[in-house]
Ligand binder design. Structure first.
Ligand SMILES: Cc1cc2nc3c(=O)[nH]c(=O)nc-3n(C[C@H](O)[C@H](O)[C@H](O)COP(=O)(O)OP(=O)(O)OC[C@H]3O[C@@H](n4cnc5c(N)ncnc54)[C@H](O)[C@@H]3O)c2cc1C
Length: 417
């Protein structure tokens, strides 16, 4: 009953059930033939993209490249959250066999072509990588097992069970913040995207069709289409949370600057790490970057999402564990041999079925969502953005079949739940 025709408020608010009344009204009795195309129909489509993470920025870039007139709205700063603090690891075929397979493959290839187009090697640290899986047991630090000669020389800790799980054909990396910022500056310079710093408070809807975005403080941005790409904060948006759950999973990371950066080779490490004090193995990841820095991440848990992305703090114990992992894996990463450049936390945007939500929101014409990319948002940003641009401008996506990601899959479920 509730599934097909929910009542449509004129404005959907971010934080509460309160709705703001709009003054503009449309006569309900129009039954005359459609008017001839007006000069307005020939104008580029005005699209407001809400959220300056990798998903919002990729969407803005591809929309503007297709000729739309795009305003990107970010409440804090571009790539201030997960899109600036993630690993930036990319894999061609790791999602094969699952619902993300075609999105991941299309995105991996788009990353390669974007890197050529935008000089990604120089501007955001794009490079192919070899990827290894290892078992590391902290208690074996003093008497390490015999060394596998195929280990990269800087991995001189107690490692066993070495396996190559990705090659330079199938795995790569970007610096996620530099990638997101580079793409946005190209979108601004080459395609005229306007960037507004402000908090999206509500989406104005008239007669079941989106018509504006309202910012905190009252500024109204008139739009033909709106894209909500708010990462884990999407869950705070009533229009979305009434349909499906998006929640944040906090994960930690550190960035180290070794004294001898040239010793660190382009090998990403996926660890099964057995801590000294026992307990379950952990699965931290280690990504050396072309700059010589080494990024480590892991230690995730569901905690409350702060309203302000700048107020996200990490759990000191989890950050300590990552430092211990670094010093166990490599003598180049122990305190004194490497400077701690950053210790931080951020939130993965997750959905209950672990599949991103990409498409038009049922019952609100012109209002789209792109979120829930979990641990693959940097990889899947480009194909998500390109597919969204096609969906909004052409009416359908050829880059990726978006059926599996359609928000309509939740219709009925959440309310029944
Ligand atoms: C530790 C860690 C490591 C990761 N490693 C990888 C990896 O190696 N490879 C990979 O592919 N992915 C990785 N990810 C996942 C990836 O980072 C995320 O999936 C991706 O960044 C999500 O992007 P987003 O644009 O959806 O969200 P976010 O980056 O969270 O961006 C959302 C933006 O919306 C803004 N916003 C929120 N509310 C409002 C509002 N009301 N008005 C205006 N703006 C608003 C926020 O300020 C924020 O800038 C990792 C994530 C973590 C946490």
């Amino acid at each position: 009953m509730l599934a097909t025709s929910p009542p449509l408020p004129t404005t959907f608010t971010l934080s509460s059930l309160q709705t703001c009344k709009k003054t503009k009204t449309t006569p309900a009795h129009c039954s005359s033939p459609p008017p001839p195309p007006s000069p307005m129909d020939l104008q580029p489509k005005r699209v407001a993209v809400c959220g300056g993470g990798v998903i919002g920025v990729c969407t803005a870039y591809f929309l503007a490249k297709k000729g739309a007139s795009v305003t990107l709205i970010e409440k804090s700063s571009v790539a201030c959250a997960a899109s600036g603090k993630s690993g930036g690891f990319l894999a061609l075929d790791w999602c094969d066999g699952g619902p993300l397979a075609s999105l991941a493959r299309a995105s991996f290839n788009l990353h390669r072509s974007l890197a050529e187009e935008l000089n990604g090697t120089e501007s955001y640290g794009y490079r192919p990588l070899t990827t290894l899986s290892l078992t590391v047991t902290e208690s074996e630090k003093q008497s390490p097992p015999s060394r596998d000669k195929n280990l990269p020389s800087w991995v001189d800790g107690p490692a066993r069970g070495l396996r190559a799980i990705g090659s330079t054909e199938t795995t790569a990396q970007v610096h996620p913040q530099m990638f997101t910022k580079t793409l946005l500056s190209k979108a601004v310079e080459n395609y005229g995207v306007e960037v507004v710093i402000g908090k999206v408070d509500s989406v104005g809807v008239e007669g079941g069709r989106v018509e504006s975005v309202v910012l905190e403080g009252g500024r109204v941005i008139e739009s033909d289409s709106v894209v909500l790409a708010l990462g884990p904060w999407s869950g705070k948006f009533e229009m979305l949370s009434s349909l499906f759950r998006v929640y944040g999973l906090r994960a930690h990371s550190i960035v180290l600057e070794p004294k001898e950066p040239d010793a660190i080779t382009p090998h990403a490490l996926f660890l099964s790490y057995y801590p000294e004090q026992g307990g379950k193995p952990m699965d931290p990841e280690v990504y050396p970057r072309p700059s010589g820095e080494v990024y480590l991440c892991g230690m995730s848990s569901e905690v409350e999402l702060p309203e302000d992305p700048e107020q996200i703090v990490g759990d000191p114990e989890s950050l300590e564990v990552l430092k211990r992992v670094a010093s166990t894996v490599s003598s180049h990463l122990v305190e004194g041999e490497a400077r701690l450049k950053a210790e931080q936390a951020c939130f993965l945007p997750c959905t209950d079925d672990s599949v991103p939500v990409i498409g038009e929101i049922p019952g609100v014409k012109g209002c789209y969502v792109a979120t829930g990319h979990n641990c693959w948002g940097i990889l899947n940003g480009p194909a998500t953005g390109a597919a969204m641009a096609e969906l909004i401008v052409d009416g359908q996506s050829t880059v990726v079949d978006l059926a599996r990601f359609n928000p309509a899959r939740f219709v009925g479920r959440r309310r029944k739940g």
